[in-house]
Design a protein around this ligand. Structure first.
Ligand code: CMP
Length: 156
C-alpha cells in the first residue's frame, strides 16, 4: 500500500466542493488515513512549494494558499500516488480531461481546486510536512478491502 498527500485548496472550500471531491477519492477505493482543515501558516506553504520558489507565480500561490482554510488529506491505496494524480487531472483545469476532478469542476490554472503529490519522494516529504505528528495518521484496514482488490493477484 502507498500513501499520498492531497490538499483541497481554498477555492474548493469556498465553493463548497469539499464533500464532492472527497467522495470521488472514497468512491474510487482509496482510504482516508489523515484529514484536517485549517488556515495554514505561510511557513508550511513556503516549505511545501519550495520547489517553485523562483517561479513568477510563487508569491501569488503562497498568498492564495494561505488566504483561507485548506483541507489536508492523506490517502492510502495501491499505487495511490499515480491513481490520485490521474483522478485529479492536468494542472490547468481548463485543459483537464472530462471525468477528472479539475476537468469536471474547475476553470482555472491557479485556482485548480486540488494539489496532489507527484512522486514517491514528494509524497514522503509532503506527508511529513502536513502530518508531522504521526498520531494524526490512522492505520486501519477497510472492511471491504478484499472486494476492492483481487486477494490472489494483488493482496498476496
Ligand atoms: P499544484 O499542483 O498545487 O502545484 C503548483 C501550483 O502552482 C499548481 O498546482 C497551480 O495551482 C499553481 N500555478 C499557477 N501558475 C502555474 C504555472 N504557470 N505552472 C505551474 N503551476 C502553476
Amino acid at each position: 500500500m502507498e500513501r499520498t498527500l492531497v490538499l483541497l485548496k481554498p477555492d474548493a472550500v469556498q465553493r463548497g466542493l469539499v464533500g464532492t471531491i472527497l467522495s470521488r477519492f472514497e468512491a474510487k477505493g482509496l482510504s482516508i488515513v489523515g484529514l484536517k482543515m485549517r488556515t495554514f501558516d505561510r511557513s508550511v506553504l513556503e516549505q511545501h512549494y519550495e520547489v517553485h520558489k523562483e517561479r513568477p507565480f510563487y508569491p501569488n500561490l503562497v498568498d492564495f494558499m494561505s488566504s483561507g482554510p485548506v483541507v489536508a488529506i492523506a490517502l492510502e491505496g495501491k499505487d495511490a500516488i499515480t491513481v490520485v494524480r490521474t483522478l485529479v487531472g492536468k494542472t490547468n483545469a481548463r485543459e483537464a480531461a472530462p471525468g477528472t476532478i479539475r476537468g469536471d469542476l474547475g476553470m482555472s490554472f491557479s485556482n485548480n481546486l486540488v494539489h496532489a503529490s507527484d512522486g514517491e519522494d514528494t509524497a514522503k516529504f509532503e506527508l511529513g510536512l502536513w502530518f508531522a505528528d504521526a498520531a494524526e495518521l490512522s492505520d486501519w484496514t477497510p472492511a471491504d478491502l478484499e472486494w476492492r482488490y483481487s486477494v490472489k493477484e494483488e493482496l498476496a
